[in-house]
Design a protein around this ligand. Structure first.
Ligand SMILES: [Zn+2]
Length: 104
């Protein structure tokens, strides 16, 4: 969907299995930022990933989550992702960059 630039969320950080598009749900989109929930079909662990597409390229950060698909649906239904939400999530996820860096 975003091309080859988004490698961070191509594989499960926990078991290394590759994701399929069907396992990805868009939680919110704001301008060039996309907040996604991805659940691994192999180990069933889920991550929340924030992908930011800017003039200098694509960056993405992810966080392992126990947020289930039902909760994701509720989140998606109730919330409009705002710029502040994206910024907050980005800060929240910064510590997880090392976890995903090995997948880059
Ligand atoms: Zn997995």
């Amino acid at each position: 969907m975003f091309g080859d630039d988004v490698k961070l969320i191509s594989y499960c950080p926990l078991c290394g299995s590759s994701y399929t598009p069907l396992q990805t749900q868009i939680l919110g989109e704001k301008e060039d930022s996309h907040l996604m929930h991805i659940q691994c079909g192999n180990c069933s662990n889920a991550i929340i990933a924030l992908v930011i597409i800017s003039s200098v390229g694509v960056s993405s950060v992810g966080l392992v989550t126990d947020l289930g698909s039902e909760e994701v649906d509720r989140f998606r239904g109730d919330c409009q992702v705002t710029t502040n939400d994206v910024i907050d999530m980005h800060h929240l996820l910064q510590d997880e960059e090392k976890l995903f860096a090995r997948l880059a």
